[in-house]
Design a protein around this ligand. Structure first.
Ligand code: ADE
Length: 250
């Protein structure tokens, strides 16, 4: 059975409480398709005040996460993960300076856990920053994959890590009810178009009617309408997808 394990390193593990205990993710964890472990970086602060951050050399606003707290924390977790499971863990560091996360990257992260690739499960170590970021030597020493969820600044990597966990876990076979239900998702390698418009009852609401073709039962016609609608919506809403200016394309 394929599975993915996430080891999340954060100063605020409580942020993940309800995220892990609701809906699809909870069910996937209960069925052992996904595992999420939380580690508090502060537990690696050995001094009396459990100091994890400090002011930048040369001045400037904000605080930086200290290299001598973060590096031992990551190394311990990587080592523990390495003995617990056979696959080599991948280290992702959350920062707005990272490479932009996208569906293709999510597919690649999930695929590492495929049995066919020789592993029992993919292991992803997610390092969440806070404050103004990390001392530069954290990246120098650990050589993580630096990852951003978009060109905006969050208070820390936690919300970004949740986005990555959710995008990856739903690609693990068995997590969603229908095995095929994510294969044709927008942005996946099998599909570069947006989803078509969809409707459910009532057939008419405030004068707006469901397109007749969807209610006439002709499956070939419905299929054709959906394909055309996908293309038209993509042209209107996300023309960049058609022009192949998809960012971070590899
Ligand atoms: N930390 C702060 N902002 C972030 C972003 N946009 N992506 C990933 N991590 C972040």
């Amino acid at each position: 059975m394929m599975s993915v394990r996430f080891d999340v390193l954060t100063l605020f593990p409580g942020i993940f409480d309800s995220f892990l205990s609701e809906s699809v993710l909870k069910s996937a964890i209960d069925r052992k398709l996904v595992a999420v472990r939380l580690y508090n970086i502060r537990d690696w602060a050995t001094d009396k005040h459990h100091k994890v951050d400090d002011t930048p050399y040369g001045g400037g606003p904000g605080m930086l996460l200290k290299v001598d707290r973060v590096v031992p924390c990551v190394e311990d977790v990587m080592r523990e993960t390495a003995t617990a499971l056979p696959d080599k863990p991948r280290l992702l560091m959350f920062t707005p300076q990272g490479r932009r996360f996208n569906q293709r990257w999510a597919e690649e992260l999930a695929a590492g856990g495929q049995e066919g690739q020789g592993g029992q499960g993919q292991r992803l170590v997610l390092l969440c920053g806070r404050y103004e970021g990390f001392d530069e030597r954290v990246a120098d020493i650990l050589q993580p994959e630096e990852i951003s969820v978009g060109d905006y600044v969050l208070n820390g990597g936690e919300v970004a890590a949740m986005a990555v966990i959710e995008a990856v876990m739903r690609l693990v076979p068995g997590v969603l009810g229908d095995e095929d239900s994510n294969r044709f998702d927008s942005f996946s390698s099998g599909n570069r178009l947006l989803d078509c418009a969809q409707y459910t009852r009532p057939r008419e609401y405030r004068g707006l009617e469901v397109p007749g073709v969807l209610t006439n039962g002709n499956h070939a016609e419905i299929e054709r309408w959906r394909n055309e609608n996908s293309l038209e919506r993509t042209r209107q809403k996300r023309q960049d997808l058609l022009l192949h200016t998809y960012e971070n394309e590899r």
